[in-house]
Design a protein around this ligand. Structure first.
Ligand SMILES: Nc1ncnc2c1ncn2[C@@H]1O[C@H](COP(=O)(O)OP(=O)(O)OP(=O)(O)O)[C@@H](O)[C@H]1O
Ligand SMILES: [Mg+2]
Length: 247
C-alpha cells in the first residue's frame, strides 16, 4: 500500500490554544484508518486542516502526492477528498432525494442550478445510495423529520454521491442507536472494500474503531501520542493512561 494522505509536522493554534502541534501521520490508500483521543485533543481540528476548512500555521499536507495545504475546501473536494461533520449538515426542509442531488455542488454551480441540472443517472444513483444506507422508504420525507441517526446515514449517502477517493468521517456512530451501529459498520466496510474508498475515521466508540481500522492514531493535548494496529493501541500504556482508561 502507498500513502494517499501525508500530514507532515502540522501545527494549528487558535489564539493561545495549540489545537495541533507538530503532527505527522499517513493514511494508506485503500485503508480504514482511525483517529482517537480525548475530547479537545485536536481530532476535528486536524480534519478541518486536511480538507482546507482553515489554513494551517506550519507543516505540509499532501493528497496523492500533491501539496493541498494552501487549497480551499471546494478545490480539495473536487480532487476527491471529502468529509462529514460531527454535527450533521443537511437541508431539513428538502426531502432525502433532493438532499442527495444538491450534495454535488462541487461542480461550481449554485445549489439551485445543481438541483435543476441533475441527470437521470444522478437521480438513479441517489436512490441506489439511499437504499444502500437503508433510507429508501424514507426518500420522499423531509430530511428534518428523520431521526438524528437517520440524518447521519443520509449525510454518509450524500458524501458517497460525490464518489470520493477519501472520506473523512467525524464520529459517524455518535448518536446512533447501538442496535443500528453494526449495520453502519457493515456499510462503512462495504464502502471501503467494494467502492474502494479510503476511510479516515474519528471515533469515540472503541468497539467500532477497533473492529474496523487497519491502523489507529491517538492524539492527546494536540500532539500525536501513539500509532499502531488496534491491538497495539489497546495495549499501549500511554493510550490507556491518557484515554482508554476512562472507557
Ligand atoms: N474555531 C476554534 N476557535 C477556537 N478554539 C478552537 C476552535 N476549534 C477548536 N478549538 C480548540 O482546539 C482544541 C481542539 O479541539 P477539537 O475540536 O479539534 O477537539 P476534538 O479532539 O475533535 O474533540 P471532541 O472529541 O470533543 O470532538 C480545543 O481546545 C478547542 O476548544
Ligand atoms: Mg471533534
Amino acid at each position: 500500500m502507498s500513502a494517499i494522505i501525508e500530514v507532515s509536522h502540522v501545527s494549528k493554534s487558535f489564539g493561545g490554544v495549540k489545537a495541533n502541534e507538530d503532527i505527522s501521520l499517513t493514511v494508506e490508500k485503500g485503508s480504514i484508518t482511525g483517529l482517537i483521543g480525548p475530547n479537545g485533543s485536536g481530532k476535528t481540528t486536524l480534519f478541518n486542516s486536511i480538507v482546507g476548512y482553515h489554513p494551517i500555521d506550519s507543516g505540509s499536507i499532501r493528497f496523492e502526492g500533491r501539496e493541498i495545504s494552501k487549497l480551499l475546501v471546494p478545490e480539495i473536494a473536487r480532487l476527491g477528498l471529502l468529509r462529514t461533520f460531527q454535527q450533521t449538515r443537511i437541508y431539513g426542509k428538502m426531502n432525502c432525494v433532493e438532499n442527495m442531488l444538491i450534495s454535488i455542488p462541487h461542480r461550481k454551480m449554485t445549489l439551485l442550478e445543481a438541483f435543476r441540472r441533475n441527470t437521470p443517472e444522478e437521480r438513479e444513483r441517489a436512490e441506489h445510495l439511499l437504499h444502500f444506507v437503508g433510507l429508501y422508504e424514507k426518500r420522499w420525507l423531509q430530511a428534518g423529520s428523520l431521526s438524528f441517526g437517520q440524518q447521519k446515514l443520509l449525510e454518509f449517502a450524500m458524501a458517497l454521491m460525490n464518489e470520493p477517493t477519501v472520506l473523512l468521517l467525524d464520529e459517524p456512530t455518535a448518536g446512533i442507536n447501538p442496535t443500528l451501529i453494526n449495520g453502519l459498520i457493515d456499510r462503512l466496510k462495504h464502502a471501503n472494500r467494494e467502492f474502494g474508498i479510503t476511510l479516515f475515521i474519528i471515533e469515540h466508540n472503541m468497539r467500532v474503531i477497533m473492529n474496523m481500522a487497519d491502523r489507529i492514531y491517538c492524539l492527546a493535548h494536540g500532539r500525536l501520542l501513539a500509532e499502531g494496529t488496534p491491538e497495539e493501541i489497546q495495549n499501549d500504556q500511554r493510550v490507556i493512561d491518557a484515554y482508554l482508561g476512562a472507557h
